[in-house]
Write a protein that binds this ligand. Structure first.
Ligand code: DAT
Ligand code: MG
Length: 134
């Protein structure tokens, strides 16, 4: 069954000029791009998007980073899109991510890790609605 997920190319990857490489990988992995846009999140929007992490010690730093420059948000569709996209991204910490994964290739640190992906069906629904509406 086709499933949707939300991907973000984070400010560090945009600054590194690897947007094209990441989008090429998305297509090579068989995802259909149903929506794509570049936006610069405000601090408040970043806070809202990462609300589930509001009590974490890295919340302020993370939302500063995510509002520090433009990001590219993508609505992706594919069989098992959520799990597949998380596999392509790799572990949260680029140093621990498997070779060939996007975070290993382009991430810099646990915080500046190049890409985001929804972690489950409910999160995907919330995150897709957040950027693309219903
Ligand atoms: P993921 O993005 O792999 O789903 P997460 O949902 O646990 O990871 O965290 C969201 C983001 O928050 C993550 O991409 C980077 C940042 N983050 C997570 N753990 C962190 C930590 N220990 N220190 C700094 N930033 C962290
Ligand atoms: Mg997460």
């Amino acid at each position: 069954m086709a499933e949707k997920t939300l991907a973000i190319i984070k400010p560090d990857a945009v600054k590194k000029r690897v947007v094209g490489k990441i989008i090429q990988r998305i297509e090579d992995e068989g995802f259909e791009i149903l929506g794509i846009k570049m936006i610069h999140l405000t601090k408040d929007e970043a806070r809202k998007f990462y609300y589930v992490h509001k009590d974490k010690p890295f919340y302020e730093s993370l939302t500063d980073f995510m509002s520090s420059g433009p990001v590219v948000v993508l609505l992706l569709e594919k069989e098992n899109a959520i799990k597949h996209w998380r596999e392509v991204m790799g572990s949260t910490d680029p140093a621990r991510a498997k070779p060939g994964t996007l975070r290993r290739l382009y991430g810099f640190s646990v915080e500046r890790n190049a890409v985001h992906g929804s972690d489950g069906p409910e999160t995907a629904e919330y995150e897709i609605g957040f950027f693309f509406g219903k």
